[in-house]
Design a protein around this ligand. Sequence first.
Ligand code: SF4
Length: 258
Amino acid sequence: MATRDDILVELGLTPTWRRREAVAAPLARLVADVAPQVLREPRPATSPPPAQDAETRSARIASLSWDDFAADVDACTACGLCRTRNKAVPGVGDTNAGWLFVGEAPGAEEDARGEPFVGQAGRLLDNMLAALGMARGRNVYIANVLKCRPPNNRAPEPSESGACRPYLERQVELLRPKLIVALGKSAASLLLDTDATIASLRGRVHQYRGVPLVVTYHPAYLLRNLPDKAKAWEDMLLARRTVATSVGKMTSIPPPVA
Ligand code: SF4
C-alpha cells in the first residue's frame, strides 16, 4: 500500500519541509566570515577634511605657481559654491599677458566647460577684443571674482567674494599686468573696495595695488542694454591709451592692504 510520502512524491509536492540547519549553516558561516571585517574596517570618509584657517590658506595661495593654480582652485572647498559647481573656472589666457580682464562669476556654460566667458557675453567680449586688435590668449588673461558658479547666476555673497579673493590676488601677482579691466560691479567693488556705481567709476583710470585699472560694464549687462555699448567702447579706448602710455609690466605688486 502506498504511504503518505509515496503519494506526495507522486504529486510532486515534496520535500514539504527542510531541516533548519541546512539553510542556517551557510548563512551563519557568511556572517562569521564577513561581520568581523565590517566591524574592523573604517567607513570611507564622507565629510571634507577640516578647513585650513583663513590666514594659513591665504598664505598657501599666495605661494602658488601657475602650474599649481588651477588644481588648487579645482580642489577648493572654502565656500558653499563648491557643493553646487560642476567645474571650477580658474581663468584662461596668456600667463604673460599685459591685460587682465576680471568679470563676476561663471555662468551655466562656463560652469559646464571650466572656462570663463564662453557664453553669449563671452562672444561679445571676444568681439570687443578683436576690435582692439587683440584676442583671448594673446596678451590677454581673463578671470572672475568667483571661480565657481553661484546657483541661478545670483550675485556673489560677500562671504564668497572674500573666500575667493586670495585667488584673484594671486593671479594679479603672478601676472603683474600693465592694466586691469574690471568688467561690472562685482569686479569693480572688490578690486577698488567701493560700493560706487559703474557709471560713476568709468571714464577714468584707477589703481589696484599700483596697477592701472579701468572700469566698464559687464558684457552680460551690455547684451541687455545695447545703448551702453558705445560707453563700453570708450572705456576700451581709454584702456588701450593707458596701456600704450604705461612703462611696462611691474616688477612686483605691493601686498594687499590689510
Ligand atoms: Fe573656493 Fe572660490 Fe570656489 Fe568658493 S568660489 S569654492 S572660494 S574657488
